[in-house]
Design a protein around this ligand. Structure first.
Ligand SMILES: O=P(O)(O)OC[C@H]1O[C@H](O[C@H]2O[C@H](CO)[C@@H](O)[C@H](O)[C@H]2O)[C@H](O)[C@@H](O)[C@@H]1O
Length: 281
């Protein structure tokens, strides 16, 4: 896990990660910094609507945004929701990060410079909205989150969160298949969402669009493994940073660095900016 005073180099534990970091530090104007939102920039809380970005994350990203080619948020949230939850009291907001791009809904919706571009919502959502409550009704505390082009089933507030998640797996998968959707599993959540896009494809396309020369991606959840794979197969020097938690351990084996949740992510972002531009520290 991260250490407040550690220089950024000390946090990297693999050879490929060290080469990736060296490339970012030697040539920051060619670097793309990508980050997941929930669990990476925003601490996990029981109610998805009450999530808020770590209060010091926007300032850390704002500073980095001035130094690198691009900062991109790649999230399962709708972009405008991530931006709303990215407002920190009394400080800069996520939307203030220079040149920020938000790739929401796993890359299907894009926010840039105040504009959102998105394909039409999938037709199967109507069926999901109609039938899902009869599937979840048996589980106390299970929450349905309607995200406009996807619907998430959250079990964090159920009396037995893991048990409810397991029991809901099969009926939710059947409903998703019958509705032309896929199931995206996450932290005590099953999301019914359109196929054809994931965080890996989204990140890969963004790196090509920006002619990136290096990449660093921060994630905490199963959906971020595709983005980690995109870093590994991009042909660019890259660093995969896991925002560590006891809840999801599968990312650790794919990561070049493991930090202590959003707090550790913010510390690493600050160390990175200080290493790129010591004068601004
Ligand atoms: O890709 P992400 O930015 O990580 O978004 C993934 C999902 O995150 C949200 O759910 C998670 O965070 C909630 C708030 O902390 C928590 O209550 C929940 O248990 C987590 O699964 C969000 O609600 C989903 O819509 C996102 O798809």
């Amino acid at each position: 896990m991260g250490d407040e005073t550690a220089p950024v180099e000390a946090l990297i534990r693999t050879e490929t990660g060290r080469a990736g970091l060296a490339a970012v530090l030697d040539d920051p104007s060619g670097a793309v910094i990508g980050l997941d939102f929930d669990g990476t920039l925003s601490p996990i809380v029981p109610d998805p609507a009450s999530a808020r970005i770590h209060p010091e994350a926007p300032a850390a990203l704002l500073r980095l945004g001035e130094l690198v080619r691009a900062v991109v948020i790649v999230t399962g949230r709708p972009p405008l929701q991530a931006l709303a939850l990215g407002e920190a009291p009394g400080g800069p907001a996520l939307a203030d990060v220079p040149g920020l791009v938000v790739l929401g809904h796993y890359g299907l919706e894009r926010w840039e410079g105040g504009d959102v571009t998105a394909p039409p919502p999938p037709p199967g959502l109507g069926r999901v909205r109609a039938e899902l409550p009869s599937i979840t009704r048996a589980f106390d505390g299970v929450l349905i989150e309607d995200k406009g082009r996807a619907v998430a089933v959250h079990t964090r507030r159920a009396s037995d969160p893991e048990g409810a998640l397991l029991a809901l797996g099969e009926p939710v998968a059947k409903l998703a298949a019958a509705s032309g959707l896929i199931v995206e599993p996450g932290r005590l959540v099953l999301e019914l969402r359109p196929p054809g896009m994931d965080k890996g494809q989204a990140l890969r396309a963004f790196l090509a669009e920006r002619s990136a020369r290096s990449v660093m991606f921060f994630g905490d959840d199963l959906g971020d493994i595709a983005a980690f794979d995109a870093v590994a197969t991009s042909g660019l020097p890259g660093v995969r940073v896991c925002s560590g938690s006891a809840e999801v351990t599968r990312l650790v084996e794919h990561a070049d660095a493991v930090v202590d949740g959003p707090e550790g992510v913010v510390r690493l972002l600050r160390s990175l900016a200080a290493a790129i531009s010591p004068a601004g520290a």
